[in-house]
Design a protein around this ligand. Structure first.
Ligand code: SF4
Length: 234
């Protein structure tokens, strides 16, 4: 991880660490926060709620306290609301099979509560819809909720959000060099045409290519839309 992140930063590229905040206090990983700050790596961290009971109920006892400690440490190291070099964004996913609430309104709630309770600052709050694949799809299936959730997503289809889905401007590359339309398609090994970073001669070969679609894509196009950068429409 360190070699990859450092190589890309040294080449002048933006690197985002999708951070589980509890890692920052995990024995043996105390170096992580300083490393991220030293190399000006942006942080995107999950925090399902600003209330302890809700987070610990969902993620396990003690997770909230460790997440708050991690955020305070990042703030201390220069990850501040207005920082251009040390960006810290938070992520919210709904806990149940529903669409996320309005991103701007929830961001204002997080900003107010985290500042008042703990003195914590962050950049943006990103609300992300749960995509029904793999573990989350199995979780819903076991509870008999998968069909209802898929129906909710498809009935909430928004053509404007579909114009902004991330697969239209990004690709995802797996550890072994395979190229996918997005990380969700990568997770379920879905592609229109198998390609690797070694089999293409130029990035132009990826322009105007068909995208591999399936039912889970309704997760990106529902309501205000969803992508790795949060709601697609604000
Ligand atoms: S899940 Fe479908 S719509 Fe969403 S980014 Fe991937 S390919 Fe595009």
């Amino acid at each position: 991880f360190r070699r990859l992140a450092k190589t890309f930063r040294d080449a002048g590229l933006r690197v985002i660490d999708r951070c589980n905040l509890t890692i920052l206090s995990e024995p043996g990983y105390e170096w992580v926060a300083e490393f991220l700050a030293e190399h000006e790596i942006d942080v995107v961290a999950s925090l399902p709620c600003y209330l302890e009971d809700n987070v610990d109920g969902q993620r396990g006892g003690g997770v909230f306290g460790r997440s708050i400690d991690g955020l305070l440490r990042l703030n201390e190291l220069g990850y501040r609301r207005e920082s251009e070099t040390h960006r810290l964004d938070l992520v919210y996913n709904p806990t149940g099979p529903s669409l996320p609430p309005d991103q701007a309104k929830l961001e204002a709630d997080y900003r107010r509560e985290l500042a008042a309770r703990y003195g914590i600052e962050f950049g943006r709050l990103l609300t992300i819809t749960n995509i029904p694949i793999r573990r989350y799809a199995q979780f819903l299936q076991k509870r008999g909720l998968l069909d209802d959730y898929l129906r909710l997503l498809s009935e909430s289809f928004n053509a404007k959000a579909a114009e902004e889905v991330m697969c239209r401007s990004l690709v995802s590359v797996s550890w072994d060099g395979q190229i996918y339309d997005c990380d969700f398609n990568q997770m379920i090994d879905l592609s229109q045409k198998p390609r690797t970073v070694w089999s293409i001669e130029s990035l132009d070969e990826l322009v105007d290519q068909p995208i591999a679609l399936a039912d889970h894509c309704y997760g990106c196009t529902a309501g205000a839309g969803s992508g790795c950068g949060g709601a697609l429409l604000n």
